[in-house]
Design a protein around this ligand. Sequence first.
Ligand SMILES: O=C(O)CCC(=O)C(=O)O
Length: 277
Amino acid sequence: MPELTRVKPDTDLDDVVQILEEDGAVIVEDLVPDDVLHRLWADLGPSLGDTEYCGDWYNGVRTRRVSSLFARTTGLTPVVTHPLFLGPARRIMQRPAVMWMGRSRIEMVPSIQISITQLIQIHPGQGRQPLHRDDALHLNRHPGPTTRVQLMVAMSEFTAANGGTMVIPGSHHWDDERAPTTAEAIPTEMAAGSGLIWLGGVYHGGGANTAATARTGMTIAYDLGNLRQEENQYLAVPREAVRAYPEEVRRLLGYDRCPPGLGWYEMDDPYHLVADD
Ligand SMILES: O=C(O)CCC(=O)C(=O)O
């Protein structure tokens, strides 16, 4: 069976971008250091115990999901600013768009924003999730420009048996009429602390858990700044919690404008709402 390409955290950004553009997915080994992983378990793990199974065919009848992660921990900066997550997201999505203002030719670079944050814990007995493209949320047509770059951090080991994310490499190049099949999907196998990064046009889904213990992943996605966030971060994260993060992350949580003119507040930069006094 073919395998997903694996890179180390110090791999050159250009190489990772090239892998993502060709395969649509890559595993970054040791993306999250042990101390960060322990902190995230301490801050987020207890919420899983307080959460019921989702109970539906898509989200999983033996799957627990916990969202609003930025409201639950102040420990996400090293994850969302990791050079091999934020770097490819910026490089792949922030492509200049040309426009004319009268006789002036202008190039505008869009922003990107955090779109969904979720712990996903797949318990023994959970079946395969339907393979899907996350950018279908925005009704994207394919093949086409990438508007989402997503990360799944293994909070526990991912194996073929315990529900490691199923991925069809290269499927972001397919058109909209080609249906994905399970036979084409590769299970993500990675140690706790490693991360799977994939593009929004790639078919993927949670695997079946036929093992004895649960698999826990933490997913966070970047979307292009001119799209609606999947998870409404303005409602999910109180402003005091946003202020616990550095300016770059506050802006990535949506307190930013997307050029040329989306998202202003009182005709000004919305960052003022979460800036330090
Ligand atoms: O849990 C996983 O491995 C993938 C989950 C997923 O793709 C989803 O819920 O949309």
